[in-house]
Design a protein. Structure first.
Length: 256
């Protein structure tokens, strides 16, 4: 059974509850703000934040390059730029391993040492650094699924934020009222459907923020809304939300 979390506050409480060397895996559909919430946690706790996208990595990207130590007659490994460093102004940090289940199995194996032991080739992470893993699950994703022996090493969180939680967050960030009101009226338009056609574009919580950024950058909802602004709004919505949701949102704007 996985621990299901619906709010950022619950997630922060779990981080504070667990010993820092216990690694956390956060799973959920794409675009719901998993990484952003982890980053915001580090800001609120005055912690360092490092992220590495494992899906883009080859083995040497995370393990480092070999270096011969002639004095001790051993091979050591030069760490990558992502390796956490001590910052005197901040007490510890979070190392976020993104796309763990998109990484090749050899990269997963190296990342597992970081998550399980807090070390890499015998060198420990700086004091008070936690490893957090984020993955896309519960949808049609191309992944290299870890086996049960690997997943047993993490505290598992299924992040499933509510629509009301997103609306509250959007209001706090001063998202355009038209978007907030549309989602409040049509909550099914917030997240993508369970079954997706990989050739098509669908909405996500992240993509609604992107639409909002286009609206604000171009003042597209300034009244009265011109024909040109309606055209540009529809283009932005189609590109970020997909045809179906863009059509519904455009019709809502026209009617309101």
């Amino acid at each position: 059974m996985t621990c299901t979390v619906t709010t950022a506050a619950e997630l922060y409480h779990i981080f504070d509850l667990l010993p820092v060397r216990q690694s956390v895996k956060i799973a959920g559909i794409h675009g719901i703000g998993k990484s952003e919430i982890v980053r915001e946690y580090t800001v609120g706790r005055n912690l360092n934040f490092n992220v590495i996208y494992l899906g883009q990595c080859e083995l040497t990207d995370i393990k480092g390059l070999p270096l011969l130590n002639t004095k001790e007659a051993i091979t050591q490994w030069l760490k990558g730029v992502w390796w956490p460093k001590t910052n005197g102004d901040k007490d510890g940090g979070v190392l976020l391993l993104e796309e763990f289940n998109r990484a090749p199995h050899d990269v997963q194996a190296v990342a597992l040492e970081l998550a399980n032991e807090g070390t890499l080739d015998g060198e420990a992470l700086p004091e008070n650094w936690r490893v957090v893993i984020c993955v896309n699950e519960f949808g049609d994703y191309i992944t290299n699924t870890p086996d049960p022996a690997v997943t047993d090493r993490f505290f598992h969180i299924k992040f499933q934020p509510s629509v009301d939680g997103w609306l509250s967050h959007a209001r706090a960030l001063e998202v355009s009222p038209a978007i907030i009101n549309f989602i409040a009226a049509y909550p099914a338009c917030l997240d993508p459907a369970d079954k997706l056609d990989p050739q098509l574009k669908y909405q996500s919580r992240r993509s609604w923020f992107r639409v909002d950024a286009v609206i604000k950058a171009n003042d597209l909802l300034k009244r009265p809304i011109t024909a040109e602004a309606r055209h540009d709004l529809r283009i932005a919505a189609q590109g970020w939300l997909g045809e179906s949701t863009a059509t519904a949102f455009s019709a809502y704007i026209d009617a309101n």
